[in-house]
Ligand binder design. Structure first.
Ligand code: ASP
Length: 344
């Protein structure tokens, strides 16, 4: 780790620009959704939201959608749209990812991220990184430049360094609001009676970001990035870097990015379950996603939501919490952002 810190001053190398390909718009009727993003699900109520925060979150979602849309209309791969959108949300401290990542118990911020390409079935992920500015880019590099799917901790950071990704001190990710969140969780746990730690509050896992894109060529990709759970310890890993739990993409069914109480999403294989229902039961993306969140997850006692998109641009965004930051952009560039449970 000391070696990594010494090298933080080194000039970060930009990723090579993605290959330019001619835009080939798929033969889809109407104005299909080509990109869907989320910024986390949880106890998100109008009553607790001030107008400035509401507007700032919608603006960030819209900016992310437009950045990804530019990649799609330029004819670049769906993974480029996912990366472009999620880098913007990782830089925005409103979300539990990148800069606004929640604190672990030791007052560090540790990120998890993953991507999957629906055309090839390839995937990449990273867990527990502390210095990679854009974990979503690292996940993509794991997929494209290593023979592995999931790298963790110091090894993942060493790989990021070798790949020329931008590294920053952990303090870059620290925000006063997240520190207050950590201290209040720790106070709550100290005052709990008995030996058991209280179950995490929904807001301890709130603000993860994710995206699913449909390229002009008709291929899907999905990605998810998070700081995980406030006050996490023992190297806790959530669902976000677990392919099939927090992220999944397959052109034949759908792309999925999840947010919520990760332990449930891992145990239930939520993202893959949605795709499997489409494949085995011939359900639509909305039937499959709504069943998995509304029935499978809810009956197990888990909370959260997903965004899901199929290769025809049909979108589903179910959640069983009060709200979920979410938004879509269509092929023609029509942006919709939503926060609360009563927004259609
Ligand atoms: N699913 C993430 C985790 O459990 C948290 C979240 O979605 O907000 O790490």
């Amino acid at each position: 780790m000391a070696r990594l810190l010494c090298l933080l001053a080194a000039v970060a190398l930009a990723l090579p620009a993605a290959a330019q390909t001619a835009p080939v718009l798929p033969d889809l009727d109407g104005d299909p959704v080509v990109l869907v993003v989320h910024g986390g699900a949880g106890t998100i109520l109008r009553a607790n939201m001030d107008a400035d925060t509401d507007a700032a979150i919608r603006a960030a979602l819209a900016q992310a959608l437009r950045a990804g849309h530019a990649e799609v209309v330029a004819g670049r791969p769906a993974l480029d749209a996912v990366s472009a959108a999620l880098q913007i949300l990782e830089d925005d401290p409103h979300f539990n990812a990148g800069r606004g990542g929640v604190f672990a118990a030791d007052q560090t911020v540790r990120h998890d991220a993953s991507v999957m390409d629906g055309a090839t079935g390839l995937a990449g992920a990273s867990s527990g990184t502390m210095h990679v500015r854009h974990p979503i880019l690292l996940a993509r590099r794991v997929m494209e430049a290593s023979p592995h799917v999931l790298l963790s901790g110091e090894g993942a950071e060493e790989f990021a360094l070798q790949q020329g990704l931008e590294l920053v001190p952990n303090t870059f990710f620290h925000t006063p609001g997240r520190l207050r969140g950590l201290l209040s969780v720790q106070e709550r746990e100290r005052s709990a009676t008995g030996l058991a730690r209280p179950a995490p509050h929904p807001w301890q896992m709130h603000g993860t970001v994710g995206a699913v894109a449909l390229s002009a060529g008709g291929s899907l990709a999905a990605g998810t990035s998070t700081g995980g759970m406030t006050n996490k310890r023992w190297g806790r890993v959530g669902d976000s870097p677990i392919i099939g739990a927090g992220t999944y993409a397959d052109d034949a069914t759908c792309g999925v990015s999840a947010t919520g109480h990760g332990e449930y999403f891992i145990r239930l294989g939520i993202a893959r379950d949605i795709a499997a229902r489409m494949a085995y039961l011939d359900e639509s993306v909305d039937q499959a996603a709504s069943h998995v969140i509304g029935t499978t997850l809810a009956e197990a006692g888990g909370t959260g939501g997903v965004i899901a998109l199929d290769a025809e641009g049909n979108v589903s965004m179910p959640f069983n919490t009060e709200g979920m930051y979410r938004g879509t952009i269509t092929r023609s560039g029509r942006v919709t952002t939503m926060i609360y449970g009563d927004e259609e």
